[in-house]
Ligand binder design. Structure first.
Ligand code: CLF
Ligand code: SF4
Length: 503
């Protein structure tokens, strides 16, 4: 069908039509069948490689929820898929479609539209499916993705398949109703509120049934789990084992966010979230040969842009109402960009597959040292594209890679307050810089495109070596180059265990 040229006056625009062995990088995913790789290669959440290049957007069309989680306050985004922060604008399906087409035109690398809240998309089936149906009609080049608590999932699996929704996330925090009762005070089921263990049991049954039905139909299922220390942290290894055995493609263990100011039950009762080390240890323990997602940013339910960035302010209802879109023309530009990015990713994957990770060493260089070196954590400032292209002072987050003789692997991201807004004055920048340095604890090097004199000195004083020599280089190659330099300089001798002082 011909795609419409949308203007502010068309019906569509104005209301006529929402561990060492883990990670989801190319290396870990290389065992997957080619057809699955093709289905995830431009999905920023399902492929760690893709998240450097492709963006996602969420449309907040789903206000209601059919369960209560102890980590959720409905004033804030769904904690299944969001970091705390109110949804700026709740959209009708028609507004969501217009916004989607505008964003896809303006951000051609936007490959996925997800519905993830602010409540549960499947507790708002009419609004959710109307949005998907219309986006699929007007913009068939956009992947559709939905995230749910799973309670209503079995009843809508066939409808999901009908709209070509190829990626579904189910948040599964437990498979034991006794544990579930400590996470979910109630569910709303068959027109009544069911509390405690019985409610949790029904929710778990529906989640597992929904997972099995989706897998049977060939839908790619990601499972999200919120890690709640002392409640389900140990148990999540069992969850990971079971969902993997039932065919889940990827497991994403996320940290509980429980700031008291968000007004959640956990926040108000002092339930803490995990430390970075606890989270990584659990992710490693869950990994086995399952793909683990480590690059999740716990997005808002109205997030727009690359993971880790939020361009929502550029696309408010007021702004998009004034925009005119020629989506047919945009789709051509999007196809060119997508083909270009995928060709580059394919080329890099082929090099890695044929030569192994050590091939990241430049031709002619000696092989990576294999003995007497320890792994090293290296932080990277990037604005996307898979290269080191961000000024240290402009970074809102750093990607952390672990380099070893096995190669470079992404292990986590560290959020930081913006140190420098790019102006001439830094205000209270120094204290923010100190917070940034604390966020980089455990890293020995930080790679960025540029860095000022002041932060350089403070990083060095904190034992973190700044390095701006690899600007615009591919991240993993730069990380391995630095690792080699450190090894050759004798800086990576295995650390000895500290001796105990005698009493
Ligand atoms: Fe959105 Fe979720 Fe689809 Fe991605 S987010 S609905 S699968 S398109 Fe991604 Fe954001 Fe993590 Fe979600 S980084 S919170 S996993
Ligand atoms: Fe909140 Fe999402 Fe849980 Fe519903 S499923 S209570 S919206 S976190």
């Amino acid at each position: 069908m011909d795609l419409p040229v949308l203007t502010p006056s068309t019906p569509a625009a104005s209301g006529g039509c929402s561990s060492s062995s883990c990670g989801s990088s190319a290396e870990q995913m290389s065992h997957l069948p080619e057809d699955i790789l093709r289905r995830v290669q431009d999905h920023p959440c399902y492929s760690e490689d893709a998240h450097h290049h492709f963006a996602r957007m969420h449309v907040a069309v789903a206000p209601a929820c059919n369960i209560q989680c102890n980590y959720c306050n409905r004033k804030y985004d769904c904690a299944n898929e969001s970091r705390p922060g109110v949804v700026s604008e709740l959209l009708t399906p028609d507004q969501a479609v217009k916004k989607t087409l505008v964003v896809a035109s303006e951000i051609p690398q936007m490959s996925v539209l997800g519905i993830a809240g602010p409540g549960d998309p499947l507790a708002n089936p009419e609004r959710t499916f109307e949005t998907f149906r219309k986006v699929a009609e007007y913009a068939p080049d956009i992947k559709l993705c939905v995230s749910t608590n799973g309670l209503s999932l079995p009843s809508v699996v066939d409808e999901l398949s009908q709209y070509n929704i190829d990626h579904v996330t189910i948040t599964i925090n437990c498979v034991d109703p006794e544990i579930g009762a400590r996470i979910y005070p109630w569910i709303f089921w068959n027109n009544r509120r069911i509390r405690g263990v019985e409610g949790a049991r029904i929710l778990i049954e529906q989640q597992q049934k929904g997972l099995e039905m989706l897998v049977e139909r060939g839908v790619l299922v990601k499972v999200n789990s919120v890690m709640i220390p002392g409640v389900n942290d140990v148990h999540l290894k069992e969850v990971s084992r079971i969902v993997k055995s039932k065919g889940a493609f990827l497991h994403n263990v996320m940290p509980l966010i429980s700031e008291p100011e968000h007004g959640t039950f956990y926040g108000l009762t002092g339930q803490r979230g995990p430390t970075q080390d606890e989270l990584m240890a659990l992710q490693d323990a869950c990994a086995g040969d399952m793909n683990m997602m480590r690059h999740c940013r716990q997005c808002r339910a109205d997030a727009v842009g690359l993971l880790g960035e939020d361009r929502g302010d550029e696309f408010t209802l007021e702004k998009i109402e004034m925009m005119t879109i020629d989506y047919a023309a945009a789709m051509k530009r999007r196809a060119v960009l997508r083909a270009d990015v995928l060709a580059k990713l394919d080329a890099r994957r082929s090099v890695k597959a044929s030569n192994g990770l050590v091939s990241l060493v430049p031709a002619g260089a000696a092989p990576a040292p294999e003995r007497q070196t320890r792994p090293v954590k290296i932080a990277v400032a990037t604005a996307g594209g898979g290269v080191i292209n961000q000024h240290f002072g402009h970074a809102r987050e750093f990607l952390v890679y672990e380099a070893s003789t096995e190669g470079a692997r992404f292990i986590s991201h560290r959020k930081t307050d913006l140190y420098c807004a790019g102006g001439d004055t830094c205000g209270d920048g120094e204290s923010v810089l100190q917070r940034t340095i604390r966020a980089l604890e455990g890293c020995e090097v930080v790679l960025c495109s540029k860095i000022g004199f002041e932060p350089w000195g403070q990083l060095e004083a904190a034992g973190i070596q700044p390095n701006g020599e690899h600007a615009m280089e591919p991240i993993e190659e730069a990380v391995m180059a630095v690792y080699r330099e450190m090894a050759e300089a004798g800086k990576l001798a295995p650390r000895e265990m500290p001796l105990r002082h005698s009493a």
